[in-house]
Ligand binder design. Sequence first.
Ligand SMILES: [Zn+2]
Length: 335
Amino acid sequence: MLADVHSIVAPLPWQENYWAQLLSSKEQDHLPHGLLLRGPQGTGKGQFALAFAQTMLCDQPSGGVACGQCKSCQLLKAGTHPDLLLVEPEEAGKAIKIDQIRQVLEFSSKSAQFGGYRVILICPAEAMNVNASNALLKCLEEPGVNTLLLLVSHQISGVLATIRSRCQSIDFPIPPGAESTAWLSDLVGDEQKASQLLSVANGAPVTAVQLNDRDWLKEREAIVKTWIAVFEGKLDPVKAAETWQSFSLLEIIHWLLAWQIDYSRFCVAGAENASNRDLIPFYKQLQARLPTAQSHEFYDYLIQVRGILSSQANPNLQLLIEALLIKWAQLGGNS
Ligand SMILES: [Zn+2]
């Protein structure tokens, strides 16, 4: 989801090169109709896209970013700029519906109210189902004059190839550790805490900030404890499922997926390459009891659960968590 759509934002320090390139395309009138910002979640692609949309619409950008003062910027802050259309799932993790894309088509067929650009920002692009994607293709094939379509994708395989091929892509990888640690240290005021947050967030600085905004350490600890206890047969999976009700299941799945990947890395490349340092004793224990093939199968199962969570309107969360934990307990040799 796009955070803070009512603030005027700027690109993040590790995005400055991409920013300069885009600005120069804009100045030379070489902007494509469709821009696809892709890469892992949590690096700030959404903020970059929003900052660029705002700069495109600002009457007098200053220092290469939106000024925050002009009439356009006031409307942007109020969320009422007529030439900006933000398209997101109505609820986090859900699909972007075809009706929302119909609005895009209608929006792009008109000319700009303020005589400049019309900007459409879709985030995340993989949330569009096939119907919505096909509808969007029309807009990419016959874009209106001075229309810019910004697509943000954390999972590019989920975006139709025909959409990808009609956009100019910009890749946003995980930024260099030194750069994000410095940035995050300034923000949280503690270098050690910054490194710890980044490690849990798999190097994604914006995710690290979100973790810091809540009591992530306590939350993660609770999930880790349950996870290990269920595998060891010390906690009943159905009881454990109750304790997970208060967390976001989608987020738990992201963590479990990351741990499975980390565990594979541990098996293949050794403990020094595992990024969740606190889980290493557990990984050692897992090695004796969870063959790699089963770990991969479990990973695929987690992907399926994530798919159900994103595609169904009202999945039965309690049942999903119970089934997941029962499966995990069975992998640990507990029936
Ligand atoms: Zn402005």
